[in-house]
Design a protein around this ligand. Structure first.
Ligand code: AMP
Ligand code: MN
Length: 345
């Protein structure tokens, strides 16, 4: 079908999955227990923060005891969201909680928090390749954000959608869809967002708070990063690199790098971005983003990482120079494969 708006040039979407039901064993296990510890992956993003705090406020409403423990502090632009002061930062915990709920985390090791393995574990996640480490596991790859699953769970637990819970669900979806850019979005995504807006969320204020809260240093960093950007594959792949020297020169920290990877994708030709973040100890974290059907998760999986089709990552285990060429070759191949299903690109 052709339309005047040019919609015919956009790739069509296949049949959409319906909302996944909340497993009854998870609902009843939560209702039957009293003391909870919540956690998520290290270096938290909006989905990990939103999922954990929505869950915390829901458990409060049920009269439960809740503790939240994360390995790392969340980036500054999340600090003013409700309940952030409740998050304890620790890499090891001693807990006799009746259950630990791990959300948005593909493997228990990725929490970066030790001391949880002997507890009753509830694993709630949407990452392909989740290792089913829980006592109970609920895994729904069709969810655009783990926050979508938490939304369903909150409702299944009979908890009303307070403005705090709605805010965190919206935060999870807004950030994990790359501000509504990723191909993981379904009608269910908007149905949940509609309900959060009805519950009092202000989408314009949320977008401003999350995306328009840069420091001047970060603007400088954007300039430096784009200035040093390399292109490969005839301009279809962008390569970004950042080290501590660059961060310091702009008075920034690693927390200021969130979202920067999306900048090259605003160029029409660029189909994928790879971002090498080099820590002072030499550790290299690799983040990748892509458009439409270019699958960066399969590339990440080859190097021991994971994620989603349009957003994935891994940590380089050896020297970057030894694998850099191979990573780029694999991305070029993923772009070629992704474009095959998009003849108009
Ligand atoms: P990032 O680029 O760090 O924002 O991560 C993008 C996506 O990839 C997120 O869904 C992460 O959970 C996932 N991801 C990043 N690094 C890893 C890793 N080492 N192992 C598994 N998944 C990862
Ligand atoms: Mn997520």
């Amino acid at each position: 079908m052709s339309t005047e708006s040019g919609a015919s040039t956009l790739p069509a979407r296949g049949p959409q999955p319906g909302p996944a039901g909340v497993p009854d064993d998870i609902r009843t296990a939560i209702l039957a227990r009293r003391r909870f510890l919540l956690t998520s992956h290290s270096r938290p993003d909006g989905d990990s923060i939103g999922s954990q705090l929505a869950m915390a406020f829901a458990l409060d409403a049920l009269g439960k005891e809740v503790r939240i423990v994360n390995a790392d502090r969340a980036p500054d632009h999340y600090q003013d969201f409700p309940g952030m002061e409740r998050i304890e930062i620790a890499s090891t915990v001693t807990t006799d909680a009746d259950a630990v709920i791990v959300m948005e985390c593909s493997d228990l090791n990725r929490t970066g928090v030790s001391g949880l393995g002997d507890r009753f574990l509830i694993n709630i996640d949407h990452h392909t390749g989740n290792s089913h480490y829980g006592t109970l596991n609920w895994y729904d790859e069709s969810a655009a954000a783990c926050g979508e699953m938490v939304f369903d769970l909150v409702r299944a637990l009979g908890v009303p959608l307070s403005v705090e819970i709605a805010t965190h669900i919206y935060l999870a979806i807004l950030t994990d869809t790359g501000s509504f850019h990723h191909s993981s979005i379904t009608p269910r995504t908007f149905d949940i967002c509609r309900q959060t807006v009805e519950a009092g969320v202000n989408p314009a204020a949320m977008a401003r708070r999350v995306f328009d809260s840069n420091s001047f240093g970060k603007l400088k960093l954007i300039g430096a990063l784009l200035d040093s950007m390399e292109l490969a594959d005839g301009g279809r792949l962008a390569i970004l690199r950042m080290d501590d020297h660059m961060l310091k020169a702009c008075s920034c920290t690693h927390n200021d790098t969130e979202g920067l990877i999306n900048l090259p994708l605003t160029a029409r030709e660029i189909q994928a971005v790879v971002f090498f973040k080099i820590a002072p100890d030499g550790e290299v974290r690799v983040s990748m983003r892509s458009k439409y059907d270019v699958n960066v998760r399969t590339v990440a999986a080859e190097f021991g990482g994971g994620g989603h089709k349009n957003a994935a990552g891994f940590t380089v285990t050896g020297r970057l120079d030894d694998v850099r060429g191979h990573i780029i070759d694999r991305l070029v191949a993923a772009i070629a494969e992704g474009l095959q299903s998009r003849p108009n690109a």
